[in-house]
Design a protein around this ligand. Structure first.
Ligand code: FDP
Length: 334
């Protein structure tokens, strides 16, 4: 728009950092590295039907899930952009079995980056929205040496920043830091820059939508069945099956996403460290909430890298309703 003030993601992050005189600029640069990786991944996603990147890679990841070529590619892009900057000491990803420490040669930094490089794999080949999710912590092991699993296994409330990128009708990156607020930037394909499009997102306290895979209904506990019966009578249903896309729509429009534990996945399906915790950080920054049905997601202390968790996330009143209804149903059984 001629004359409109264009705020790039870089200038916005720098402006935010000025609120903290003690900041060294490293986190700013790390967020900018993530934005760069997102642009590269976005360029592959946008050409996916033309470049030879659709389909299965022929391998399975640590969770036993079939890896798509784009999963592997996105994972490689993230690591190659992030690992040699001297800003992180270790990365961890849904696609890597163990943490990948930054070697001495590549100068380990003070941050830990965990990510799901391409969330919503089942939607890759059918041109539906997919995304990248990331979580950043300060390291807890001594500076100057490669990071370890200990740096990764930190409670969500200690995140210093988190965010996601959605490759949808446009590419949007949303992030939040401890300085507060959740901010969204749309990639302008004409200039290849993320520009501020959603300043200080606040999610409605009560939502319009509920998003859950209802084909699991018979596998849920009575509490979740009751919740969904109630939602059916007063909310509208939307389920894409890409966590980022379902979460983003509900964040903007108001709503709730649920992936409860069920008899097939007794610990839940989604991963705590690089799916649930970063999105919970964003949800809380936007005035929403996230729980596993009993505890706030940000209070869960992880025990393993690829730990799974039930997830209920979105508008505050709806999340509270789920927690209360599920809690009562559990108490009645006990
Ligand atoms: P996917 O298996 O396609 O990678 O992260 C896992 C995830 O997608 C989420 O993005 C999505 O919300 C969920 O699983 C979908 O699971 P269901 O197919 O069981 O509904």
């Amino acid at each position: 728009m001629p004359g409109a003030r264009l705020v790039t993601i870089e200038s916005f992050i720098i402006e935010q950092e000025r609120m903290f005189p003690e900041a060294t600029g490293e986190l700013t640069n790390l967020l900018y590295d993530v934005a760069l990786a997102a642009k590269v991944i976005s360029s592959y996603v946008r050409r996916a039907g033309l470049a030879a990147v659709l389909g299965r890679s022929g391998a399975t990841n640590v969770q036993g899930e079939v890896q798509q070529k784009l999963d592997v590619l996105a994972n490689d892009v993230m690591k190659s952009v992030i690992q040699k900057t001297g800003r992180v000491c270790v990365t961890a990803s849904e696609e890597d079995e163990t943490p990948v420490p930054v070697t001495l040669e590549n100068n380990p930094g003070k941050y830990v980056l965990m990510f799901d490089p391409l969330d919503g794999s089942s939607n890759i080949d059918v041109n539906a929205s997919i995304g990248t999710i990331f979580s950043i912590h300060r390291r807890v092991t001594p500076d100057g040496i490669p990071g370890t699993l200990k740096d990764c296994l930190q409670v969500g409330s200690r995140q210093v920043a988190a965010g996601y990128v959605i490759y949808g009708s446009s590419t949007i990156m949303v992030y939040s830091t401890r300085s507060g607020g959740a901010h969204g930037f749309t990639l302008d394909p004409r200039i290849g820059e993320f520009l501020l499009s959603h300043n200080s997102i606040m999610t409605p306290t009560a939502g319009t939508y509920y998003s859950v895979n209802e084909s699991n209904y018979d596998r849920w506990t009575d509490g979740y069945r009751e919740v969904v019966r109630s939602f059916k009578s007063r909310l509208n249903a939307r389920y894409i099956g890409s966590l980022v896309a379902d979460f983003h729509r509900n964040l903007i429009a108001g709503g709730i996403f649920m992936y409860p534990a069920d008899s097939k996945s007794p610990k839940g399906k989604l991963r705590l460290l690089y799916e649930a915790a970063p999105l919970a950080f964003i949800a809380e920054a936007a005035g929403g909430a996230a729980t596993d049905g009993e505890r706030a997601i940000l209070d869960i202390v992880p025990k393993e890298l690829h730990q799974r968790t039930p997830l209920v996330i979105g508008s505050r009143d709806d999340v509270a309703f789920v927690q209360e209804t599920v809690g009562q149903a559990t108490a009645e059984i006990a």
